[in-house]
Design a binder for this molecule. Sequence first.
Ligand SMILES: C[C@@](CO)(OP(=O)(O)O)[C@H](O)COP(=O)(O)OP(=O)(O)OC[C@H]1O[C@@H](n2ccc(N)nc2=O)[C@H](O)[C@@H]1O
Ligand SMILES: Nc1ncnc2c1ncn2[C@@H]1O[C@H](COP(=O)(O)OP(=O)(O)O)[C@@H](O)[C@H]1O
Length: 285
Amino acid sequence: MQTLTLPAPAKLNLFLHITGRRADGYHLLQTLFVFLDFGDEITLSVRDDRVIQRSVGAVGVPEAADLTVRAARLLQQVAGCSLGADIQVLKRIPMGGGLGGGSSDAATVLLGLNYLWRCGLSTDELAVLGLRLGADVPVFVRGHAAWAEGVGEQLTPVSLPDAWYVVIHPGVHVPTAELFSDSGLTRDCPPITLATFHAGLGRNVFQPVVEKRYPEVATALRWLSRYSNAVLTGSGSCLFASIESKQDGEIILQNLPDQWFGFVASSVNTSPLQRKLLTLPALHN
Ligand SMILES: C[C@@](CO)(OP(=O)(O)O)[C@H](O)COP(=O)(O)OP(=O)(O)OC[C@H]1O[C@@H](n2ccc(N)nc2=O)[C@H](O)[C@@H]1O
Ligand SMILES: Nc1ncnc2c1ncn2[C@@H]1O[C@H](COP(=O)(O)OP(=O)(O)O)[C@@H](O)[C@H]1O
């Protein structure tokens, strides 16, 4: 099989605490990642000339900076692969929204090309490679809902009940690095456990900072809070709220102000990418 279309799901951070900082400035986090059954779609076609190119991609992201292209080049180099790839990215996940779209796209390319190029790298090796592309990439490589520590790479799989969420993008692009350097960010949260999270402890420390810097996010938070408890995902700008049913979410979206984008999705413990990969036949050299 020379062409493969694979999902690249979005994620939510159900809470996000910063517990400290590493010597290199990176922040130590505690967070809970779940995947959504909503995401981008990536089509990979093998080339026999070593060339890696993106024929369709995210608007405004230059080809060389695209995490899909960077992931393919990194794998090609590390695996010593003499094949190339044509990459098509169908973007659905809003960019700079805290839904992890770029990281998920990168993980899908790492796993997809590892399969198509028959590189034979293990999941552990691909997660280490992924971390070189971004702190959020390893969870998408491993493909299971997880309690995360470190910079997000120390992952403990968890199984949570599937839940419906309404997700709102308030039309604002929040650059992650800028938020991590905000002096108002709480960086000394006491460590918590999954049990204390379930007991109601846990918030997103980026939320007050993003609300202050981006009034449109604060307005959207207030709007969504009329229906259910609204929370920021990652470093924003997207907000989510847990709802009882898909239909409840669709009713909320009927009232969504025109300038915002929203969708309803279910959380899943196993990423749609993992589920798809498990259905593929083994390829032999
Ligand atoms: C905040 C989170 C929560 O899941 O998600 P997003 O909001 O981006 O989706 C992640 O920690 C984001 O991970 P990711 O988007 O992969 O970040 P990276 O590209 O690795 O880092 C971007 C920049 O953010 C800062 N950074 C990132 C992660 C971290 N633990 N500490 C940091 O200080 C660094 O300045 C880094 O240069
Ligand atoms: N394939 C890609 N999809 C989305 N963003 C990408 C991609 N490749 C590189 N980027 C860059 O990564 C930035 C962060 O994107 P994204 O992962 O969607 O947001 P977040 O980190 O907030 O979850 C984008 O603004 C864009 O400049």
